[in-house]
Design a protein around this ligand. Sequence first.
Ligand SMILES: C[S@@+](CC[C@H](N)C(=O)[O-])C[C@H]1O[C@@H](n2cnc3c(N)ncnc32)[C@H](O)[C@@H]1O
Length: 216
Amino acid sequence: MGDTVPMGLRSWWDERALPHLTHRACQGDDIDRWRRPVCRRATGVVLDIGFGSGPNLPHYPDAVTRVLAAEPSELAWDLAAGRIADFGRPVDRASRDAADLSEVADDSVDTVVSAWALCTVPELPAALAEARRVLRPVGEFHFVEHSLAPDRGTVRVQRAVQPVWGRVAGGCHVDRDLPRMLEDAKFAVDLEQSRYIAPGPLRAWGWFITGTARPT
Ligand SMILES: C[S@@+](CC[C@H](N)C(=O)[O-])C[C@H]1O[C@@H](n2cnc3c(N)ncnc32)[C@H](O)[C@@H]1O
C-alpha cells in the first residue's frame, strides 16, 4: 500500500486484516512440512521470534519447558489463546519487538526459533543482537525463512517487487540475505535445506531456507 493510502485503512490492514490472513495462511500440511523439523529441535526455554498466533506451539517437543514470545500484534496474540491453552506449559509475551528483549536476561534462553519472521522484523540487526545476547553460549537458533535468492534473475525480481510488497505485507522483505545477516550478528550458520518452493516469478517469494545458527 502506497503512502497515498489513508492511515485508517493502512492500520486496519496491518492490525486487523493481516494477522487473520497470516493466521490462516501459515498453517496446514504444506507449511508444517517445513515448520515441524525446525520446531522439534527446540529444548528448554524457547524464544519464539515473530510468535504470531502461535503456530509453532503444537510442534514443540516435550523437552520445551517454557516459551517466550516476541510479537507486536495484539490480534495475533489474542488468536493464539487456544494454542497456548492446549500447549499446557508457560507461554509468556516477553516482548512486543524482538529488537528489545530487555525483560529477558543474558544467557537465559536455550533455543531461539524463527518461522518466517526474520523477513518482517523491522530492526533485524538489533533483533539478532538481542537473540544472541539472551541465547546461552551452547544454545541454538533454529529457523525456517524465505530469503534472498541465489540467482541474479530472481534477485532482480525480488528488488523490483520489494517496495510494493513491503507495504502490503506488513513490512515483509523478500530480499533479505538472512544467512549473511545472521553471520554479521556473530552466528555460525548451518543451512539444512535451501530450495525454491514455487515456479517462475513466484520464486521471488519462494527461496526457502532452514537451518541452525550457533553463537560464535
Ligand atoms: C509472516 S508472520 C509469521 C508468524 C509465525 N511465526 C508463523 O510461522 O506463522 C511474521 C510475524 O512477525 C511479527 N513481527 C513483526 N515485527 C516484529 C517485531 N519487531 N518483533 C517480533 N515480531 C515481529 C508479525 O507480527 C508476524 O506475527
